[in-house]
Design a protein around this ligand. Structure first.
Ligand SMILES: Nc1ncnc2c1ncn2[C@@H]1O[C@H](COP(=O)(O)OP(=O)(O)OP(=O)(O)O)[C@@H](O)[C@H]1O
Ligand SMILES: [Mg+2]
Length: 290
């Protein structure tokens, strides 16, 4: 199953289908603007959950609450692994260390560093050895470093970025940068991978590749994926479940078919004049889940 991976890609201890993350009654305001209103949802181990909705619906804000960048005024967020962890008030690096990794809508990488160094920076959050312990336990630190290095090599293989491993990130195409950013999140050995528009700005071939990698990470390695994506063809193809936000509220939830046939959801999309969504169409790329 793990195709020679030296470390498991998925750090969760739950069984597929168990509740892994619970968002309870989240309320997030910016001044007078309510970005999220009483949002409830659960994420299950090893599913692909898509979060969709028109621009400004609150999708990124929700991911920001889960990863600790925004503090909601009300509600709580619970993460389950070895035990229940309330993450609502934790700092982003503490949440990442628990196993929730993410990519950003606007790529956040070290642009002047190589692909390899960006991935190693991701793996670094789990390194136990600091400078002091490295001096005393030199051998242990070395072994740990070698282990992470191998893990990062596995991710390079998985994402097929071998040929650009030494390139500076800033010199890469946008599509490749998105792929590297996902690699950096994977290097954190997450239980849940949060992806904010991983296919934005890509051509159809790059989207195909990205969809294939996401499915691979999910199906072969069991990593739970929470995906914000505007391409409805991709969303309908690869998601197990979909949550729909509109003006900060959850207006629908269910399987792709349930969501496609939900009148409230259809209305929200048809009401958007300059909608980039090709709602209800499938791109027939056949990269989907069955
Ligand atoms: N840091 C912030 N300060 C003030 N308002 C914010 C902030 N972040 C988000 N908002 C507001 O919250 C609302 C939701 O924004 P958010 O970025 O979550 O939407 P989105 O669904 O991700 O949209 P898009 O599809 O365009 O990325 C918007 O009205 C936005 O202006
Ligand atoms: Mg957004």
């Amino acid at each position: 199953m793990l195709r020679g991976f030296t470390n498991t890609l998925n750090s969760s201890q739950l069984q597929a289908g168990e509740t892994q993350l619970r968002v309870e009654n989240i309320q997030l305001n910016f001044g007078g603007v309510a970005a999220l209103m009483d949002i409830n949802l659960a994420v299950r181990q090893s599913e692909i959950l898509a979060i969709i909705g028109p621009n400004g619906a609150g999708k990124t804000s929700l991911l920001n609450c889960i990863s600790g960048l925004y503090r909601p005024q009300r509600g709580r967020i619970l993460f389950y692994n070895d035990k229940e962890h309330e993450v609502t008030r934790l700092k982003p690096h503490q949440i990442a260390r628990l196993g929730i990794a993410r990519s950003f809508q606007n790529i956040e990488l070290f642009r002047h560093m190589s692909v390899l160094d960006n991935l190693l920076a991701g793996a670094h959050i789990h390194m136990r050895s600091n400078l002091f312990s490295s001096l005393i336990y030199w051998g242990t630190a070395q072994r740990e470093h070698i282990r992470f290095r191998r893990f990062v090599e596995d991710i390079i293989d998985l994402l097929e970025i071998e040929s650009i491993r030494n390139n500076t990130v800033g010199s890469l195409s946008y599509g490749l940068q998105k792929r590297v950013e996902m690699g950096r999140a994977l290097a954190m050995q997450p239980s849940i991978l949060l992806l904010d528009e991983p296919m934005a700005g890509m051509n159809s071939e790059e989207k195909e590749d990205m969809a294939r990698f996401i499915l691979d990470i999910n199906e072969e390695h069991g990593v739970t994926i929470v995906l914000i994506e505007h391409d409805m063809g991709v969303v309908m193809d690869i998601s197990d479940r979909i949550v729909v936000l509109n003006f900060g509220q959850k207006i629908g939830e269910g399987t792709p078919d349930e969501v496609r046939n939900n009148p409230l959801v259809v209305k929200a999309y048809l009401g958007e004049e300059k909608s980039p969504f090709k709602f209800g169409q499938s791109n027939n790329n056949n990269h989907g889940k069955e």
